[in-house]
Ligand binder design. Sequence first.
Ligand code: FA5
Length: 346
Amino acid sequence: MLQKLAEIKSKAIDELSNLSDLKELEAWRVRYLGKKSELTQILRGVASLPLEQRKAVGASANELKATLERHYRENKDTLKERAFQDVEAAAKVVKDVSLPGRPIPLGRLHPTTQMVREICDIFVALGFQVVEGPEVEWDYYNFEALNIPPDHPARDMFATFWIETESGQRPMLLRTHTSPMQIRVMERTRPPVRVVVPGKVYRYEATDATHESMFYQIEGLAVDEHITFSDLKGTLYNFARRLFGEERQVRFRCDYFPFVEPGVEMAIDCMVCGGSGCRLCSGTGWIEILGAGMVHPDVLRRVDYDPEVYTGFAFGLGLERIPMLRYGIDDIRLFYSNDLRFLSQF
Ligand code: FA5
């Protein structure tokens, strides 16, 4: 029996040096350590051997088992490492140098960001500066300083996301428009003022093809001596022509905003239907893109500008409506649904 064990040992160790991969090693393991292997059979039979052989055979068989298991583990590590190196080497082989390189997918700016930049560039060319402000805003800047005290019916125009504050703290909200920046800019600068303010605004309202609860606005503000309503119209006409081309129709109509007097809304004829009426323009043929007006004297007084000396105009533009008009996009929700089929077109 001891002779047999010695034979198994030398055969098994001899074979090990000829194994070339993990599959062969596994077959080796089954052959020498598996349930049906000779060694396992011997170990099973130890108990029935005569007492004088039992101890010696048992010890040798167990020792052989431990030795073969150790060899198995060592060879497994070596063969694994070799297999890994083979895969790496194969990957490094240059198969066909004349093949074109693989394209690297490049990201790009979101269409809204592209639009913000394009519009700001137009106003910068007209002498405006670009500034930004906080999205979490005090009630004071969003409403009160803009002539909208608590309980003023105009608050209904701006369905508001309020922010919970400690009792006694001043009320805060997610800004419903970019107009609070009119006050913040005038508080810290003296005329002449010419700024545009791009940024996100929030409204607690149901979404539809032209309404989102988060959207972008661009505010404009110009304050100086002798600024008139003609300057407002001239600037906005110029802007619309640069952005949409000479052929677009522009319409001004009276509107009401407590922080301007007089107030107007500006609309562009609908590019999708050409004015005949569709889902995008709610059948009217026009799409309102901004509210505007002459800065209210009370607002000027609140920031210590003398309304007898200074006048100004302001406007607030709904940003997404511009690419919608330009590209004939009929649903604003497409911008923020993270659908690459839509986004990668821009
Ligand atoms: C305002 O927000 C005023 N702050 C604009 C203004 C500024 C008036 C300065 C006078 C002087 P209004 O609520 O109309 O106004 O919104 C302005 C524009 O934002 C609209 O013309 C529209 O283009 C866009 N808009 C309004 N609500 C939504 C909405 N839920 N989703 C997408 N765009 C919207």
